[in-house]
Design a protein around this ligand. Structure first.
Ligand SMILES: *Cc1c(COP(=O)(O)O)cnc(C)c1O
Length: 357
């Protein structure tokens, strides 16, 4: 039996979106391929509220995160982390030989804007990374306030991991001054895994030209220049099947309307949070709770593993806590094309299993 996925990636994918993956192939150097990428770009620009260029990578989001820190750091990167995905960005920098420092907040907390200011005011850093939505803890950073601080340092390249938020939450890339905003196909966009996308400012591309040893497959300059010079095509063969599905899904997203989509996500989040507060507790401070997933503090000490096994028999899957938070928390994703009714159905089943009145 198929389990409906309430896990923070891969998320549940609509049947009609899935079926677009079996569209017959086209040549990746054909006019059709250029048109496909151009359509995708136009809609992704709307989704990211940007005039900047859009790049796709046939890798999951981690690929573009690695690309950003490797290609655009000339001096030193300031990596702000509020959990596992922030930590990972630091590991990527270090393993690529990039000078980088990790500034970590306590688990469950945000990156405080004052912290970013203190770090950048040293003048040591030319790139900063921020996790918008930390999927390991269910915390959403106050990106508006953080971006106001970063704007005081116009020479610093501003990179954002929006992997588990873009498409579910409004991110006004250009208003916020984000140079590289990254997401993956399998989260709030509601597609299978295997493709990632980012916005890239001209400033970031120019900066990258000054950096040596950018690698090849994930060289942002090569991707950027090829898109510009070769009529929206890629240096190597892209994942056309996912591009067909992405193009179709973006049209559905525009039909729903971005504002409506963000409202639907917020309604699912609010419902899940109030359920969590009534029956357990929220792991994150509610002010900074994620809109795309809820991390529930397991104060009743239920067995999350057993709950999930029983949910599985009923056709649902949720996520255990991440890493050290396993069994101490559990995570319910409410993103992409899931609806408030889907969320209500899931929570009713959890109530039944745990005999919650
Ligand atoms: C899932 C996730 C990633 C990793 O993305 P992949 O597409 O799995 O490489 C990075 N950051 C956040 C916040 C995520 O949720």
């Amino acid at each position: 039996m198929h389990k409906k996925l309430f896990i923070p990636g891969p998320i549940e994918v609509r049947e009609d979106v899935l079926s677009k993956m079996s569209t017959p192939m086209i040549g990746h150097r054909s006019k059709d391929a250029s048109n496909l990428q151009r359509d995708i770009t136009n809609n992704l620009k709307k989704l990211f509220y940007t005039e900047n260029e859009i790049l796709l990578s046939t890798s999951s989001g981690t690929g573009l995160m690695e690309a950003a820190v490797r290609c655009c750091t000339k001096e030193r990167a300031a990596i702000f982390s509020i959990g596992s995905f922030g930590d990972r960005w630091h590991e990527m920098a270090v393993s690529n030989g990039i000078e980088a420092d990790l500034f970590k907040s306590e688990s469950g907390s945000i990156t405080r804007p004052e912290m970013v200011d203190e770090v950048l005011t040293t003048g040591k850093y030319d790139l900063v990374t921020i996790t918008h939505n930390e999927t390991s803890t269910g915390v959403m950073n106050p990106i508006d306030e953080i971006s106001k601080v970063i704007k005081k340092y116009p020479d610093v390249i501003f990179c954002v991991d929006a992997v588990s938020s873009a498409g579910g939450v409004k991110i006004e890339t250009d208003v916020l001054g984000i140079d590289i905003c990254i997401t993956s196909s399998q989260k709030a966009l509601g597609l299978p895994p295997g493709l990632s996308m980012c916005t890239i400012s001209e400033r970031a591309a120019e900066k990258a030209r000054l950096v040596k040893n950018r690698g090849y497959y994930l060289d942002l300059v090569l991707l950027y220049d090829t898109i510009k010079k070769k009529d929206y095509q890629y240096p190597s063969t892209p994942n056309l099947s996912l591009m067909f599905a992405l193009n179709y899904q973006l049209k559905l997203i525009m039909k729903e309307g971005l504002e409506n989509r963000f409202k639907r996500h917020l309604a699912m989040a609010e419902y899940t949070r109030s359920w969590a507060k009534k029956n357990f507790a929220l792991f994150a401070d509610e002010k900074h709770a994620s809109v795309t997933l809820t991390t529930v503090d397991n104060i009743r000490h239920i067995s999350v593993k057993e709950l999930n096994e029983e949910l599985g028999r009923r056709g649902f899957a949720i996520s255990n806590g991440y890493g050290q938070l396993k069994e101490k928390t559990f995570r319910i994703a409410h993103m992409a094309d899931l609806t408030l009714d889907d969320v209500k159905e899931l929570l009713l089943n959890i109530d039944e299993i745990l005999s919650i009145e």
